[in-house]
Structures are given as C-alpha cells and as structure tokens.
Write a protein that binds this ligand. Sequence first.
Ligand SMILES: NC(=O)c1ccc[n+]([C@@H]2O[C@H](COP(=O)([O-])OP(=O)(O)OC[C@H]3O[C@@H](n4cnc5c(N)ncnc54)[C@H](OP(=O)(O)O)[C@@H]3O)[C@@H](O)[C@H]2O)c1
Length: 282
Amino acid sequence: MTATIIDGRTVAARVLESVRARVAVLHARDVRPALAFVLVGESAPARLYARRIERQAQPLGIELRPVQLPADLTREQLDQTVWDLSQDESVDGILVQMPLPERIGDADLSELIDPRKDVDGITIQNAGRLYLEMPGQFPSTALAMIELLDAYDVDPRGKDVVVVGRSKVVGHPLAELLIRRDATVTVAHRRTRDLGRHTRHADIVLVAAGQPNLITGDMLKPGVVVIDAGMNPTAEGVVGDVDFEAARQVACAVTPVPGGVGPVTNAVLLRNLVQSAEWRHA
Ligand SMILES: NC(=O)c1ccc[n+]([C@@H]2O[C@H](COP(=O)([O-])OP(=O)(O)OC[C@H]3O[C@@H](n4cnc5c(N)ncnc54)[C@H](OP(=O)(O)O)[C@@H]3O)[C@@H](O)[C@H]2O)c1
C-alpha cells in the first residue's frame, strides 16, 4: 500500500480563506483584529516563526504586533507585560513565545491572559472549557491535527486512536478533542511500556513527542492514518516523529514534515484570533 500524503498546505489555505472572509466582516464593522506576540530575548526560531505568522496575517488584514522583551527581564516584568496586553482594548489575541528562557522558568501565564484573548488555549478557563466540552479557545496544534482528519474525511468516532505525547499544548488537549469526537483514546508518554503494542492496534496514530523516528513502520497497522506534529531540526532539515518513508508503505494516509501539521497550526491560530475578535466585539 502507498499512502495518501495528507497535504497540510492545501488544508491551511482553505482555513485561511475562511479567516479572510471573517476578517472582512470585522473590517466592515471597523474592527481590525490584532495579535500581540511576546518574544523574550534573541531567539532566531521564535523570530522566524513570528515573521512567518506575520506574512500570513498581513494579507488577511490581521495586524501582528511583536512585543520584543530583553533577555534579562524579570518574571515580574513579563507578568506585567502580559497583564497590560490583556487590558489593552486594541489587542484581540496574545501569544507568548515558548519555551521561555530557563531563568524565567516555565512561567505560568494561565491566570494573566484574558481568556477571550487566549488564542492558544493555555488559560485555566479554556482548559476547563475543553474538559467540560464547552465552546472556548483551544490549542492550535491539537485543533490542526483534528482539522487534517476532517479534511480527509477520517472520522475518529468509534475508532481506536493512539495519541503519543501528553503535553499541555498538544497531546493532552488533542486527546480531549478526540474524546469529544467519540474516539477510544489511548495516550502514550515516556513511561508507556512497549509503545508499539499500542500503536499496532490503532486505526489512527497522532504523534507529538519531539523524537525523530519514534514511530517506525513495524509499529503501524496496515491502513492506519498517521498525523505527525513532530518538528525536529536535524542536519538534513526538519523531520517529524514518524519514519515517513516506512509509514507511507503501511498507512492509508500520512502527513509529511514539513507540509503537514505545521501550516495548518498557523492557519488555525489566525482562525482562533478572529474568533477572539468576534467574541470581544460581539
Ligand atoms: N507542527 C506544529 O505546529 C507544532 C506545534 C507544537 C509542537 N510541535 C512539535 O511537536 C512535538 C511535541 O511538542 P510538545 O510541545 O508537545 O513537546 P513536549 O512538551 O516535550 O512533550 C512531548 C511529549 O511526548 C512524550 N514523549 C517524549 N518522548 C517519548 C517517547 N520516547 N515515547 C513516548 N512518549 C514520548 C513526552 O512524555 P512525558 O510526558 O512522559 O515526558 C511528552 O508527553 C515537538 O517536536 C514540537 O516541535 C509542532
């Protein structure tokens, strides 16, 4: 079997078209959606990411406002900046570059960001809304992985699904979204014994572990659908968590890296921003 290659760029373009239409409606009401992106210190990948988002946002009529903070700032200064952006009426969404410098630690911003501006679903309110199956803002990578399933008519209802990774920003919210969609979900992590024993039985495998070649061809059931969020820099470029060449011989559909989850995540982030602007200016 040779798998269908799931084309994230095409799916992202469709998401962005819907964003464009919603932004036009906001513009007609004199609302100009703005996303504040807080960057701490000099991080080339973070700046590159900000530029990429800006390139997508600008033609749609969304303003990206980078907020560059010095590397030696204190935790209090960061908190104050995020708090000020939460109070700023002209800002619709707030994104904070992760990971933050080690000195600042794994800053818990979940109580500082206005939940209506929480475009990546990190606040306690939005996490609760996800768990309680209420409308809210949810992490864009997790939403993007579901978007890819939907775009290729892969319905998780009743399916055996394995999510590899349980991070707060990807794996865990993804598992919640899949439960909402009536999947039978297994969540694997570093302490999982014999990962392949789980993945080999799965109809759908979604991976967000940050480990190149974690999922090999022999760990997959023939006909499986594989969604790979992994983004691992190597000498040969960015690779995912799945051995793509092996997976495409076994799976019925698989995402490439790059060109799979990544572009859809960016598009979904902008869709979340527009959602925030619509809620704030309802
Ligand atoms: N495409 C995108 O737009 C996008 C967006 C965000 C992230 N990513 C990528 O997705 C990957 C994961 O990101 P993250 O932020 O979720 O990372 P993270 O916070 O480091 O979490 C990784 C998760 O994977 C699990 N894991 C790691 N090694 C494993 C192994 N050998 N077997 C089973 N589980 C394992 C960890 O288990 P424990 O909990 O036990 O430690 C953890 O739950 C990274 O490559 C990241 O670059 C991509």
